[in-house]
Design a protein around this ligand. Structure first.
Ligand SMILES: [Zn+2]
Length: 310
């Protein structure tokens, strides 16, 4: 009897470290931008712990990593970010990371830049955004977001091969939902009386506009939020606003909408939000925002501002 009990006790002892080990085996995945965090959570489910690297509200292009970010690298298995052109601070952060950390950019290489077609197409004279530069905001185009989901699933499978099948299946389910969203946006923006998005901030919707056949104007050159609009670009934009009798100016959540407000007043236009999803605010998190809720909210804003058929 004593012997049986001691064997049972030995098994119990063995069993508890084993379940701890299993708990520890759940890989920690650090992710930078909100869509990467959101997609990684959808694809990993309970199999991995997805940790957002950016504090709520932090600006994602020019973020300065802290010593505690550095420390978090050593506890993680996988580091996911969009591209070197988007989070320019990532290569510096991960340069001295432990060799056990997999670092993966999830932007499909072919779409890290504004599309080929855009680089060759003629912009008319009223186009105030200046020469086309790097547009790293690939997640705002649902079809590129699908490719991004593929890369996230591949990276998770590489970090945790025993669950590769589940990651792949969850990715396919996510991609199907993205396809539905894409169809909804296509239909929603098909019959609009105006096809130009006039934005009072740094413009992140280059890929989005391209995908749905919209024009976009912003007084900012290129796609960096840190650029300043030139007086010439502003004057040109105000002229366009008056000429086209624009009824809506769009602004992005991450920047002070002061300039957008001045433009809207100037043109007697309404101010409407577009969420570019670089990062979440505390309010977004409290509201349980997802890629899908924010994209649908953007669609509502665009339909309202561009006068789209019901
Ligand atoms: Zn941006």
């Amino acid at each position: 009897m004593l012997r049986i009990l001691s064997i049972a006790a030995a098994f119990a002892l063995l069993a508890s470290p084993a379940s701890n080990a299993e708990e520890k085996a759940r890989p920690v995945v650090l992710a930078t931008l909100f869509p990467v965090v959101d997609f990684a959570r959808e694809i990993a489910g309970d199999l991995a712990e997805i940790v957002p690297l950016l504090p709520p509200g932090a600006e994602a292009h020019s973020y300065s990593p802290t010593p505690s970010d550095m420390m978090r690298l050593s506890g993680a298995r996988l580091f996911l970010y969009v591209s070197d052109g988007m989070e320019t601070w990532v290569p510096g952060l991960v340069a001295d990371a432990p060799a056990s950390l997999l670092v993966r950019a999830v932007a499909p290489e072919s779409s890290a830049y504004f599309g080929e077609e855009a680089r060759t197409h003629e912009h008319d004279a009223s186009c105030a955004h200046g020469p086309l530069g790097l547009d790293p905001h690939i997640w705002l185009d649902p079809l590129r977001a699908q490719a991004m989901a593929d890369r996230i699933a591949d990276a998770l499978a590489e970090a945790d091969p025993s669950h590769a099948g589940t990651y792949r299946a969850n990715c396919t389910a996510l991609q199907n939902r993205i396809m539905e969203l894409h169809a909804e946006i296509e239909t929603g923006l098909a019959g609009c009386s105006n096809r130009t998005i006039i934005c009072g901030g740094h413009f992140a919707f280059g890929h989005f506009a391209e995908r749905y056949g919209l024009r976009h104007l912003s007084p900012y050159e290129g796609f960096s939020p840190n650029a300043q609009p030139s007086p010439r670009a502003l004057a040109e934009l105000v002229r366009t606003l008056r000429e086209t009798k624009t009824s809506a100016i769009f602004y992005e959540e991450i920047l002070d909408p002061r300039l957008a407000r001045v433009l809207a007043d100037e043109a007697g236009a309404q101010l409407l939000p577009l969420h570019s999803m670089h990062n979440m605010t505390k309010e977004d998190i409290a509201a349980g925002a997802t890629y899908f809720t924010l994209m649908r909210r953007n669609l509502d804003s665009l339909r309202q501002g561009l006068g789209c058929a019901p």
